[in-house]
Design a protein around this ligand. Structure first.
Ligand code: ATP
Length: 638
């Protein structure tokens, strides 16, 4: 039996045992079918595919040489079994490099490109698609970061003083500084935790752009976008509110209300780029660019590598891109951790002398010495907002402690006693279910009462009431996962007389869309509630809230949906609930990491409950960082 045969046998065995994705084995076989490849190269292809499945955009050769089992969360011995089957393997990254470079199916960056399926770039092995995407993102971001334009600093300073008239105790005022920095560039990244004023700052930046555009102000095309419909609607609402508040102050000086109207609705990135059913290609790209001068993208942590590449490809060179997001949140479900990579140095600042001088002249803010340095061009266009304005209480303290990896402090806040933060330890799933019954009672009672006036107004109230509470899970399967808890909650709600099921679609059933459907215009992550169709007896519709607008789809037309009393933390990004309950599983596979716990906590606006079964390992979860291999940091020189 050849080494390749042994490798396939082992791969099949592991796939059947559920330890490997079937796709990974199929991918390695596909590579083998294309030409000559050694068992070592085939094994590298297999590992690369597994890496992609876990969100990594490449496979660093150092990880390959060291044995990637731990990085991939494989059981002990799995890597050794595969390595043994594949025969003698290269011993170190250099030897791996030589082995891969010698293979005709592996292209090398900087050398003649035959369109090989695998690409070796320095010390990293890529699937061609992600290599191309990383190149597009790195090239576009670097070019944009370097393309700063001259601005009239005195005028900027005047307007910043007008727009930020309330005195800030914060020194420096990072918000003001962010506006000055964003104004001069064709890219800016503004990162910060919840309530640090990202939207507040961007509203002022828009006003500043308007003020500085002079006669051209009326023709500036500004677009708002976010990865999900919910995040887009939230962005539009917050920007409108912030512009409204500001308009009241600078009335007569700047036509801010007109600006808000002219901007139109915020769109999902899919819709902005012109997604087409059943195609990865978008209507907008370099050959048919977006018609915008300024594009603001909120919740940028959720934007995956492929989407970011498509966005940058479609953005005209002269347009300004403003990325907003929280770099500490979970990265996108798909491969890449673009915002995290772009903000790699945001905490340190690393502002050069030239940036310091510009910022001081344009905003009057002096950058403290600890934030100065010799950062890359993108670092000069990145600002981290550091002071939260609505997250100061125990929830904010808990989020900060978790983010800093300070388990002792986090546990102290969790145990501090009556207040907005609670911790149910050594819990049973029934305790989460009981909380859910209490939490969802409000919208279900409203629903049971029926409309006392206009139908739409009642539906809106029901949908809003549902947003008051949510159960978030770290995992999908098992009694502590989305599937188990949804089933248990449905049962208990029925036993409590709050819902009457009698079938898949019943009044009150909340559902989440799991796949974009252009026919019914519902998108992955949209959440709606099932209600009786007022116009057709016996028929059910699912109602969705888009901003303040209610729209509905016949329930039977929705194909890819799941019940949504409990949802994953991943899917909750971009949403906020008055009371958020985070349920952690028993931590066997080491799947729960700090970013997940932080993201869960920061979904809560007033109340947060943590539920952990015995053996949940909160301390280990807080200590564990999500690491996503990527070449972006290096390519950006940061
Ligand atoms: N400089 C400031 N002065 C007064 N109020 C402020 C300031 N900055 C922010 N706020 C207020 O703090 C609250 C949070 O701000 P904002 O919504 O802009 O934060 P955010 O970072 O966008 O939050 P999220 O992460 O939830 O999107 C808002 O009510 C806003 O009006």
């Amino acid at each position: 039996m050849t080494s390749a045969d042994k490798l396939w046998l082992e791969t099949t065995r592991l796939s059947e045992a559920g330890e490997l994705r079937r796709l990974s084995g199929a991918f390695a076989r596909f590579i083998a079918s294309l030409g000559e490849a050694s068992p070592a190269v085939l094994l590298a292809a297999l590992v690369l595919s597994e890496m992609e499945g876990q969100g990594h955009s490449c496979l660093p050769l150092a990880d390959l040489a060291a044995g990637p089992g731990e990085l991939l969360g494989w059981p002990d011995g799995q890597w050794q079994a595969l390595a043994q089957a594949a025969g003698p393997l290269p011993k170190n990254p250099r030897a791996w490099h030589a082995e891969l470079a010698a293979c005709e199916l592996v292209g090398q960056a900087g050398q003649f490109d035959y369109g090989q399926p695998l690409v070796l770039d320095g010390e990293r092995l890529y699937l061609r698609r992600y290599w191309k995407d990383e190149m597009v993102v790195a090239k576009a971001i670097r070019a944009r970061a370097l393309a700063t334009r001259p601005v009239d600093e005195d005028q900027v300073r005047h307007w910043l003083d007008v727009l930020f008239s309330s005195r800030s105790d914060e020194k420096p005022d990072w918000q003001k500084l962010a506006c000055a920095i964003a104004l001069r560039g064709s890219v800016a990244v503004i990162t910060g935790g919840p309530g640090t004023g990202k939207t507040y700052t961007v509203a002022r930046l828009l006003a500043l752009l308007l003020a500085m555009a002079g006669e051209d102000a009326g023709s500036r095309r500004i677009a708002l976008a976010a990865p999900t419909g919910k995040a887009a609607a939230r962005l539009k609402q917050s920007i409108d509110k912030a512009l409204g508040d500001l308009a009241a102050r600078v009335e007569g000086e700047l036509p801010l209300r007109e600006l808000a109207e002219r901007m139109g609705a915020a769109r999902t990135l899919h819709s902005l780029l012109g997604a087409r059913p059943d195609s990865r290609a978008f209507a907008h790209h370099a050959g048919n660019p977006l018609d915008v001068d300024v594009l603001i993208v909120d919740e940028a942590s959720m934007v995956h590598l492929e989407m970011m590449a498509a966005l940058l490809d479609a953005l005209p060179a002269g347009a300004t891109l403003i990325l907003l997001g929280d770099k500490d949140q979970l990265a996108s479900v798909e491969a890449g951790a673009v915002l995290g990579d772009l903000c790699h140095n945001a905490q340190a600042g690393n502002y050069t002398r030239a940036t310091q001088a510009y910022v001081e002249a344009a905003s009057g803010e002096a950058i403290p010495a600890q934030y100065t340095g010799e950062g890359a061009p993108l670092a000069q266009q990145t600002v981290m907002l550091r002071h939260s304005r609505r997250f100061g209480g125990p929830i904010g303290q808990l989020a900060l402690a978790v983010n800093a990896g300070d388990t002792g402090r986090a546990e102290a806040v969790l145990r501090a006693g009556p207040g907005p933060v609670r911790w149910i330890e050594n819990a049973q799933p029934q305790q989460a279910v009981a909380l859910a019954v209490g939490g969802y009672r409000g919208y279900l009672e409203l629903l049971a009462k029926g409309p006392d006036g206009e139908h739409q107004a009642w539906v809106r109230k029901v949908l809003q009431a549902f947003e008051a509470f949510r159960i978030l899970c770290a995992v999908r399967e098992g009694e502590w996962g989305v599937a188990g808890l949804n089933a248990a909650i449905e049962e208990r709600l029925e036993a409590a007389g709050l819902v009457r099921r009698g079938g898949e679609w019943y009044a009150g059933r909340p559902v989440m869309v799991t796949r974009n459907d252009y026919g019914t215009r519902v998108f992955n992550g949209d959440i709606g509630i099932t209600l009786a169709d007022p116009e057709r007896a016996g028929s059910m519709r699912v109602y969705f809230l888009e901003g303040d607008e209610v729209r509905s789809v016949l329930a039977t037309r929705l194909r890819d949906v799941e019940t949504a009393y409990a949802m994953t933390v991943h899917k909750s990004q971009g949403s906020e609930f008055r009371h958020t309950v985070l349920v952690l599983p028993q931590d066997r596979g080491g799947i729960v990491a700090r970013e997940l716990v932080y993201t869960g906590i920061t979904r809560a606006s007033s109340e947060f409950t943590l539920i952990t079964p015995a053996g949940a390992g909160l301390a280990q979860a807080i200590a564990r960082r999500t690491h996503r291999a990527s070449g972006l940091r290096e390519l950006l020189g940061s």
